[in-house]
Design a protein around this ligand. Structure first.
Ligand SMILES: Nc1ncnc2c1ncn2[C@@H]1O[C@H](COP(=O)(O)OP(=O)(O)OP(=O)(O)O)[C@@H](O)[C@H]1O
Length: 234
């Protein structure tokens, strides 16, 4: 079942266009990985899907409803949530208070505090610490936990592994698998191409605001990806 259908969207920052006609389709419970070099448009695409950047052309349809012109608050309340790059924890709040902030979308569902602590037991131990006192990996867990508290149907993850040790990255991806198994659809932006492809059902490579290659774990071809990523000869 298709949950999210993006058709030929353009978007950007004021007069600057960053997406030049992007289309994708995401089914329930599936994971789509977005790869591409710096400036390719991955973050802009996630921001546009959450309403933080406006769609200037094309359409975004979610559960059959055109959400292209909805506000970010309205989109969050429908069940599309982003874990932003850099975690963006509230520095003066504790771990638990940060996680509880995710409730503000007002969506009820299976993701409650206990379930987040079940997913990340270390956060329960540290629940009274300030979020910023945690390690980078633990802060990322708080950011994911906060997003889950909004009971998303679509979770958009922007570079979760940035700056984290490989072993922590493995843990984060194991957790995302649990989230996916619970029926949440994921779009992950990931700089590490191998990591992205190993953890997705489908991948798309962006360059200069366009999707230049798409495929699956099974069809991924290193030379094609390098060509798409850098725009160089195969
Ligand atoms: N706040 C902004 N104002 C103007 N232009 C921006 C802004 N943020 C991004 N851009 C531009 O939009 C284009 C796409 O950037 P975007 O951040 O979406 O790329 P990305 O693929 O996520 O790269 P990165 O891996 O560096 O985050 C780039 O040309 C970038 O310079």
């Amino acid at each position: 079942m298709t949950l999210l259908e993006v058709e030929n969207i353009k978007s950007g920052y004021g007069p600057i266009t960053a997406l030049f006609g992007v289309s994708l389709s995401l089914s329930k419970g599936k994971t789509l990985a977005l790869i591409g070099a710096n400036g390719a448009g991955k973050t802009t695409l996630l921001r546009t899907l959450t309403g933080l950047n406006k769609v200037s052309d094309g359409s975004v349809t979610y559960e059959g409803q055109d959400i292209s012109s909805l506000s970010s608050h309205q989109i969050a309340s429908l069940g599309i949530t982003m874990v932003p790059e850099g975690r963006r924890l509230f520095p003066s709040l504790t771990v638990e208070e940060n996680i509880l902030m995710g409730r503000c979308s007002g969506r009820n569902g299976p993701w409650e505090l206990d379930k987040v602590y079940e997913l990340f037991p270390i956060l329960k131990e540290r629940r009274n610490h300030l979020g910023t006192m945690l390690s980078g990996g633990q802060q990322q867990m708080v950011a994911v936990g906060r997003a889950l508290m909004s009971n998303p149907q679509v979770l958009l993850c922007d570079e979760l592994s940035l700056g984290l040790a490989p072993i922590i990255v493995q843990d984060i991806y194991k957790t995302l698998q649990v989230v996916s198994d619970a029926g949440v659809s994921l779009i992950i932006v990931e700089q590490d191409i191998q990591q992205a492809i190993a953890n997705c059902d489908e991948f798309m490579c962006m360059r200069d605001g366009l999707i230049v290659l798409q495929g699956t774990k099974e069809t991924a071809n290193r030379a094609e990806i390098a060509h798409a990523y850098f725009g160089t000869d195969k």
